[in-house]
Structures are given as C-alpha cells and as structure tokens.
Design a protein around this ligand. Structure first.
Ligand code: CTP
Length: 489
C-alpha cells in the first residue's frame, strides 16, 4: 500500500486524468486508482498513453499524505461487470471527423471499450478543433493517429496497416467532406486514405447541418457510398447545435452506433435462433402479354431490410421476393417469384413456420388472360379491353390457415384513414398486428429510404417516429422476438 497526491502529478498527466475521470463520471483520485488497479498495460489493448499514465502515477506515489492506493502487479484490464463483453477481441478503427458531434465520439470510445473492443482512433485536422487527441488517446488507451506521413512519430504504422488491422472502420461523426472524399475516391489526408485503403466493412454515422444533409451533392454521395457497400447509422432529426436550426442531421447516439456495430460484426444476441420466419417483399408483376405487365412502385427495401434484421437475430428466414432491383440479403434464403399466384404458392409451401411477415405490395388484380404473343395495335380497333380479376389475398389465406404461424404480421399501405383502414385489415386478414404506413406520394415512402409507421393491434396503436427503413426493420425484428419469446418452439 502506498499513497498518492494528485498535486504531485505533472500538468499533462493531471489533464489526462481529469478527462478520463470526467468521461467516466468519477473523481480524479478514483480514476488514478483505477489506472493503477487495472495495471492498464497488462492486456492486449495496452498503449503508450496508458503506459505513460501508469508510469507517471506510480512514480508519484509518496510515502506520506494523499490517499491510499493498492499497488497490484500489472494485470489484464478490468471491465465493469454490468456490460457483456460482446465486442471482446474486436478491433474498431474510429475515424473522428470535424464537427460539434465529435464530443459524442469520445463517449462512443468509452462504450466500445466497456464492451471489450480495442479502439484505435484517427482524427482529422478539423476534428482536433473540437476535441483533443489527448482525450481520445486517454479514452482509447492508445496512440491517436493524425498524419499521413509522420516519419518522426515512433507510432507511425502507415495507413495500410492502420486500415487492415481493424475488424471494422467507423466514421463518427461522418462529415459532408469525409463522405464526399470517399464517394469520389480522394485520398488527401490520413482519414480519407485509410477509408480508401481498407478491405474491412465501413460504418458511417453522419452529422451535419440539415441543409448540408439534404443538399443534392450529399444525397448523391450517400447513394454512391451505399451502392459501394458502406453502412450508415442515422442521422436523426432534432435540434442542431446552431441556434434556430432543426431538422435531419444530428449524429446517432453512441449506443445506437454501438448497436449498428454489433449488427455489422454479427455479435449481438440471437433471440430468434431456431425460429423459422417467412417474409414477403417487393411488388408482383401481373402479365398482360410477354412484354407488358401490371406492377406498382414497391422497391422491396423495407421487406428485405426486415428479412435481414430477423436473420441478424438468428432466425431461419425464408424471403419470398417479387421482382426488385436490390440484392438478396445475406444469411437469408430468398425465393424469387413474379406473380401474386406464384408468391402465394411459395408461401404456402413454406408452412409451417413460427412467424410470417407480409411486406409485399401484392397486385390486387391481374388480367384474366395473358396473351401468348405481344398484343399488336390494329388500325381502327382501338385499345384492347383488359378483363381484370382479383388476386388471392396471401396474408388473409395464411392468417386463417390450418397451419397458421403463431405470429402473423401484415402491412397496410394507405393514402388516407391510416389507422381505421389498418384496424379493418387486422380483423379481416387474421393478423396479430399490422404495420401501417402512409404511402401517399408526398411522403416518398414507396421507393424511398425512410418510413414512418404505426403498429396497430388489438391492444391499440403505437406510433413510431420517422426513421430509416433499416431502423424500422431492426425495431420490428426486436418486437417480433419479444412476442415470440412467450411462445415455446
Ligand atoms: N396482401 C397480400 N396479398 C394480397 C394483397 C395484400 O398478402 N393480394 C398483404 C400485404 O402484403 C400487406 C397487407 O396484405 O401485408 C395489406 O396490403 P395492402 O396493399 O395495404 O391492402 P390490400 O389488402 O391490398 O387492400 P387495399 O389495396 O384495398 O388497401
């Protein structure tokens, strides 16, 4: 046992301790004790920063005055017991961009380390205007990288190694500038070079002024990045740091970013393991002749996102998809169909199942006959008259089926009287709940990336805020897992 006075520490050590203590909400003394008690340099995440702090604090232990500290031999870092080490062994490279939200990136580092991840930080020059490398270094327990070429820096590991020695690269906050650089292949500083050099998945958490976020250039860049396989979390709607500014552009909260990281690294809980779930998605095409068909504007984005979210929770997902222009989700068995009748047959053959989620925008009618040859214009005869007949209602069929799954979820695409129409569909189709969304043209839901839904069940109506279709999917998958929990396999 020795004693330590904070006064006796030099200024830079005091500053590092102060920032670490503030970030953990403890006193400087407590933080100093924890640095010593954890022996911080005994495990794989040991760092220059921790070494320095440990050495400096240990040197300052005095024979008299100050508070008592145990001085254990160095050992592995301790983790607060309340956090499962779900990211244990995972290495995250965090790129902090320049924006007011950079302070949230510091909290993100802490949240990731609590869950067992090793975090390495790259900061852009602009980021250093908002938070210091000292704070990021103290929290990440590692050297912070800032320069592309720093031959004097003993820690210079080079951008290629930096980008490859991670399991995931996270950009938070992702500024309009960083998005533009990656979308256009620029490599003009360490952050952009790492992003273009990496062979690992990349997650961006954008944060910017709403006008910047809605600018056509940013929208173009985001679409390009998504096509290139970059994952996004947020931004959310809300008040901006600037006065009188509100809108979409706030960075996702650190815990939302952690959830997105866990999903990307596939380390989250698997409450749906052993459950078989059918999902329908996309439009159907109802042929008129070999080249013409009746269709609708559904893109399949929401249904595919739900299939992917259910699979992430461990479900055995069978996705029955109409013709869409998007990729089959990973870890999901996808069956491709064209017409409502084909979709119905595919779904019925997949029964029994634990749950079924009907997201597809099935065409309500089809032409009674489909011509074997292309219908020709004949002078003087006018347009052909199409005799329409009703398609089978797949959801209603399964909702009243003798092999009905324990949980049946429908969607209601409405342009008016949303809740009333959804309640009518709930009763008529035998669903447990209906996800109702307004698909009127102004909302841009059909084909768009965002959705605002209400969950309508016998218990009432639960209104969800507007969010991305991926976020709706994640939340809905969690709700389905919750409902199925009470039903034994
Ligand atoms: N649905 C279905 N088969 C159909 C039509 C709809 O399985 N032939 C499902 C959809 O996948 C969705 C729900 O039923 O889960 C409601 O679809 P929607 O298009 O909103 O309603 P409709 O029943 O088609 O009624 P309407 O078009 O009159 O609103």
């Amino acid at each position: 046992m020795g004693t330590l006075t904070i006064r006796s520490l030099n200024d830079s050590v005091k500053q590092a301790l102060r920032e670490r203590a503030a970030a953990r909400g403890v006193s400087m003394e407590e933080e100093a004790r924890s640095v010593l008690a954890n022996g911080v340099s005994g495990d794989a995440s040991r760092s220059f920063q921790d070494e320095t702090l440990y050495a400096a604090i240990r040197r300052s232990v005095e024979p008299h005055g100050g508070f008592d500290v145990d001085l254990p031999e160095r050992g592995p870092a301790r983790r607060p017991p309340q956090f499962a080490a779900c990211l244990s062994g995972k290495r995250i490279l965090l790129i902090i961009g320049g924006g007011i939200a950079a302070y949230k990136a510091l909290d993100l580092i802490r949240r990731l380390r609590e869950r067992g991840a090793a975090v390495r930080v790259v900061m852009t020059a602009a980021a250093q205007e908002f938070v210091t490398t000292l704070s990021a270094g103290a929290l990440s327990a590692d050297h912070v990288f800032t320069d592309l070429f720093d031959r004097n820096d003993e820690h210079d590991v080079g951008h290629i190694r930096l980008s490859r020695e991670a399991d995931l690269v996270v950009v938070a906050p992702a500024t309009a500038d960083l998005m533009a650089k990656l979308a256009n292949g620029h490599a003009s500083d360490l952050a952009s070079t790492v992003l273009i050099a990496t062979d690992k998945p990349v997650l961006m958490a954008p944060a910017m002024n709403p006008k910047m976020w809605s600018h056509p250039a940013t929208r173009r860049n985001r679409a390009t990045l998504q096509k290139d396989g970059i994952a996004f979390v947020g931004p959310a709607k809300g008040e901006m740091a600037e006065s009188n500014e509100a809108g979409e552009g706030r960075m996702a909260e650190p815990l939302e970013i952690v959830a997105a990281i866990e999903a990307l690294l596939d380390v989250g809980p698997k409450p749906l393991a052993g459950r078989k779930i059918i999902v329908t998605s996309g439009p159907t095409h109802e042929p008129i002749d070999p080249v013409r068909y009746i269709a609708n504007r559904s893109s399949g984005k929401q249904g595919h996102a739900i299939a992917a979210a259910l699979a992430r929770l461990g479900a055995d997902v069978r996705l029955v998809s109409g013709p869409v222009g998007i990729a089959d989700p990973a870890e999901v068995t996808t069956l491709h169909v064209e017409t409502a009748n084909e979709m119905k047959d595919a779904v019925e053959q997949l029964l029994p199942a634990d749950a079924a989620v009907f997201v597809a925008a099935v065409a309500d009618w089809r032409s009674e006959t489909s011509a074997g040859e292309k219908i020709k214009k004949v002078a003087g005869e006018g347009p052909p008259a199409l005799q329409m007949i009703e398609n089978p209602d797949i959801l209603a069929g399964v909702g009243h089926h003798k092999k009905r799954p324990s949980l049946v979820v429908g969607f209601a695409a409405e342009t008016q009287d949303l809740v009333r129409n959804a309640e009518a569909k709930l009763r008529k189709k035998g669903a447990d709940f209906i996800v109702a969304n307004d698909v009127s043209h102004e909302g841009g839901v059909m084909g768009g990336d965002r959705n605002r839904v209400r969950i309508v069940s016998k218990a009432g109506v639960d209104e969800w805020p507007e969010m991305s279709k991926d976020e709706v999917a994640t939340r809905l998958a969690a709700l389905i897992a919750e409902r199925l929990k009470t039903i034994t396999v």
